[in-house]
Design a protein around this ligand. Structure first.
Ligand code: PPS
Length: 569
């Protein structure tokens, strides 16, 4: 007996080939919307039936009903909006009754949306109700406020083609395929486990206990996307799951990837996770402590009571139509037993060991030892390969300051010294070199400077990602642009801002290229420091005033910082 899908019928919105061809022909005359990664994930789960019974992006009536009552209009439990957001301009160009081609970034048509309604998003209200907060420290709220358009477009969807995936293809299943697989294996009781983190020993033992309690096989069903900044990238994570798979008893677990864009909406999202697993054919679903929550902010705040998700899931068990396996207690390592157990089962006087994921990630980053009781050797090794300690990570040295401040000289010395040390490839992206090779068509307007500096940032981020060292030395006069580059690069490695703070008078008195004289004479317009602004960095990693220092001493300051911060050994 395999469980019915939510609402009765397992939906498949991908049409047959004849209809697909018709839609492709039709699409030549249709307007298009290009979906971002989050929207593509939602579309995929709509098309493949994981969001059954939904047959498209929610209309306003369903959206309001989900917000107010946590139900679709037909009374079925549904916890979160599944909506397609568009920009103001796109909203203005669309009308109810019209059809729109939904495309991926490469322009490939995946589906046609038959628009039923368009309405402006009340973001404050949605944040309050769905996330219980309007604080943008919550990544879901941040995505709503800063990464979501101004309007929603509702309507049914006809799928032409599921979004393409090129990695881990063998680990991807639609709900139809998953159910067929369960049937083939003769599995009738299946407990689903949702996760966005690697499975370490605590989670492994928890899933084993859940299997035992539910008398069920396990569907290890991790999210195949990064849910929030700071999460382990998913390629690394999936190699970890593959390693852990071998520790389960033979033929009792399946690993499959779920392309879900998590909202991290805590209890409400736990309900959605359960519904999705029901649609995939699970009979049971594990809800744990602080399920689907962003956890604790760096300043120690939580958005959800850690037990709320379990309570909410249990309260709605009947309407969910899947059995919840609650796991509110923490699994701890008991030294004497060399085993994990729920905290309340621990014999008195035992030595307990726990380590938070944050602490584990910190040790990983710093290249410190990770105790073997925490995880499996293969998992630790995989994570260490993906997250090397700082002295093996890539980083960018970003020198900024006025023309003639000494950026290029310092950059050249650093380049030579780092090459001399060896170990990592080093690239020098000096202002002049960049303007000759990457930005030869650009001038010095605000717009052009921003394009120039962003190009440098992009190249530096690629170098950093591939564990090299990028040394940049543009003026980069605008703080906002530098901030953008920092956040881009910090995803992959270190960003070391070096403010070469030589005062204007000194730069001007040196006037090595004679440009200040020309600027003063009005022969060059918009010269930084003369008639164009320079916004000094407020918290650079290194501040250097070359008035008092030789270039060698200045470079030494940077090298000392790199040493202190662990980037070089
Ligand atoms: S920016 O603002 O970051 O895009 O500038 P950058 O690419 O570093 O280029 C700065 C060099 O171009 C020369 N130059 C000017 N600088 C500032 N303002 C104006 N209007 C200008 N016109 C030409 C100048 O020589 C800068 O070189 P550096 O190496 O900084 O002295």
């Amino acid at each position: 007996r395999i469980l019915a899908a939510h609402g009765g019928e397992l939906v498949n919105l991908v049409v047959d080939e004849a209809r697909a061809q018709m839609l492709r022909d039709l699409s030549r005359t249709l307007p298009s919307l290009t979906l971002n990664a989050r929207q593509l994930s939602d579309l995929e789960l709509l098309l493949n039936g994981a969001f059954s019974p939904l047959r498209g992006f929610m209309t306003n009536a369903d959206y309001e009903s989900v917000l107010d009552r946590m139900q679709l209009q037909n009374g079925l439990l549904w916890p979160l909006p599944i909506c397609l957001d568009v920009s103001e301009a796109e909203a203005r160009s669309l009308d109810a009754g019209q059809s729109v081609a939904l495309r991926d970034v490469e322009g490939f048509m995946l589906a046609v949306l038959h628009v039923e309604d368009i309405w402006p998003i009340d973001k404050l209200r949605e944040a309050e109700i769905i996330y219980g907060t309007t604080d943008t420290a919550h990544p879901g709220v941040d995505a709503l406020f800063h990464g979501t358009g101004t309007h929603y477009v509702g309507g049914t969807v006809e799928g032409v083609q599921l979004p393409l995936h090129f990695a881990f293809k063998r680990l991807r299943h639609t709900p139809h395929e998953m159910r067929a697989l369960f049937k083939k294996l003769g599995w009738r009781r299946i407990v689903g486990f949702q996760t966005r983190n690697p499975v370490h020993r605590a989670q492994f033992e928890m899933t084993l206990r859940a299997m035992d309690r539910a008398k069920a096989n396990l569907l290890l069903h991790p999210v195949a996307r990064r849910a929030m900044p700071g999460d382990i990238d998913y390629y690394t994570r999936i190699r970890c799951y593959q390693a852990v798979s071998r520790y389960y008893p033979p033929n009792m677990m399946l690993l499959s990837l779920l392309p879900l864009a998590m909202r991290l909406a805590g209890p409400r999202e736990a309900l959605l996770h359960a519904l999705i697993r029901k649609n995939y054919g699970c009979t049971h679903f594990i809800v744990g402590r602080d399920h689907a929550s962003p956890g604790v902010t760096p300043d120690g705040r939580r958005f959800y009571d850690p037990e709320a998700a379990v309570q909410t899931a249990l309260e709605h068990q009947e309407a969910l139509g899947i059995e919840i396996v609650p796991f509110e207690e923490e699994m701890v390592y008991v030294y004497e037993e060399d085993a994990y157990m729920p905290a309340r089962e621990v014999p008195p006087q035992s030595t307990i060991k726990t380590m938070s994921l944050e602490e584990f990630h910190r040790r990983l980053r710093e290249g410190k030892r990770v105790p073997e009781w925490f995880s499996f050797p293969e998992v630790i090794e995989e994570l260490q390969r993906g997250y090397p300690p700082r002295h093996k990570q890539g980083f960018t040295i970003f020198c900024t300051g006025l023309s003639g401040a000494g950026k290029s000289t310092i950059a050249r010395i650093l380049y030579a010294r780092l090459l001399e040390m060896g170990g990592r490839p080093v690239t020098l992206l000096d202002g002049d070199v960049v303007r000759r090779n990457l930005s030869s068509e650009l001038g010095f307007s605000k717009e052009h400077r921003d394009i120039n500096v962003r190009r440098i940032g992009f190249v530096a981020s690629e170098i950093t990602k591939n564990r090299g060292i990028a040394i940049c030395a543009p003026i980069a006069p605008y703080a906002a642009t530098r901030r953008q580059i920092r956040s881009l690069i910090e995803k992959y490695g270190g960003f070391v801002e070096v403010y070469v703070a030589t005062p204007l008078e000194v730069c001007e008195s040196r006037d090595r290229k004679g440009l200040y004289a020309k600027a003063r004479a009005g022969l060059i317009k918009g010269f930084t420091g003369i008639d164009d602004p320079y916004e000094p960095p407020s918290a650079p990693e290194v501040l250097i005033d070359t008035t008092e220092l030789t270039p060698d001493e200045a470079a030494q300051e940077v090298l000392l910082y790199l040493e202190r911060a662990g980037y070089i050994k």
